[in-house]
Ligand binder design. Sequence first.
Ligand SMILES: Nc1ncnc2c1ncn2[C@@H]1O[C@H](COP(=O)(O)OP(=O)(O)OP(=O)(O)O)[C@@H](O)[C@H]1O
Ligand SMILES: [Mg+2]
Length: 245
Amino acid sequence: MLEVQHLTKLFDGIKAVDDCSFSVAQGKITALIGPNGAGKTTILNCISGIERIDKGNILYEHQDVSHWRDYERAEAGIARTFQLPRIFKNLTVYENVSLSVHDRDQDLIPSFFGFNRLKEEDEKKIANTLAHVKLSDMGDTVAQELSYGQQKLLSLARALLQPHRLLMLDEPVAGVNPALRQEFVTLFKRLRDEGETMLVVEHDMDFAMEIADWVVVMNEGKVLKKGTPVEVRNDREVLKVYSWK
Ligand SMILES: Nc1ncnc2c1ncn2[C@@H]1O[C@H](COP(=O)(O)OP(=O)(O)OP(=O)(O)O)[C@@H](O)[C@H]1O
Ligand SMILES: [Mg+2]
């Protein structure tokens, strides 16, 4: 579904991403892992189009989107979350998620005042997704009152509800308590089985190994290793970079 070819991104002459190539298969979970500063977020930024690339190509569904604008890529079905949650802090949980499903062409303001109600199937989707991220009971809570972990989950819900074909998540469970995190292993696998294609940046290695079908390990801007979780875990170069639990 996605092919990143020889991607290079410089900041002030320094290669944050250096000749990286990997692909994301449709209907699979690909984990992008690596230590701090490896270039993971920069890669997501280049794929979603909020950073311009210096070299290389990004092919999405066989189209070269390397120079498309960010909103064009979003419209083509590339959705993402950010490492720090981006939500409407003064709106309720329910309002936050309703904005994700809302038809772009409709006027958003009347919908807030109830003039323009969501379709029944959208309401069902919202209820389902809030249940997935354990926020069903918090629909009326103003987002800024949520814990950091819950704010991350709200961003995840927003991304899930946004029409998309490729979902990119930047450390989706960072800050979420460990017991709940385990439930997300099950959720991500279920979403994958329902047809989601995901590229997940993750710091928690155990989590990444549990969810991923394919793992790309980065270090200092370069791809160090690509493979199945088992292949990656047993690789000597990878072991040098990480100390596995
Ligand atoms: N806007 C920017 N301007 C300058 N340098 C940047 C910018 N964004 C990232 N960098 C640098 O690029 C490198 C890669 O950063 P990036 O945020 O992509 O790493 P990461 O793998 O996501 O790390 P983390 O695990 O800490 O989130 C780092 O050295 C970082 O300081
Ligand atoms: Mg990052």
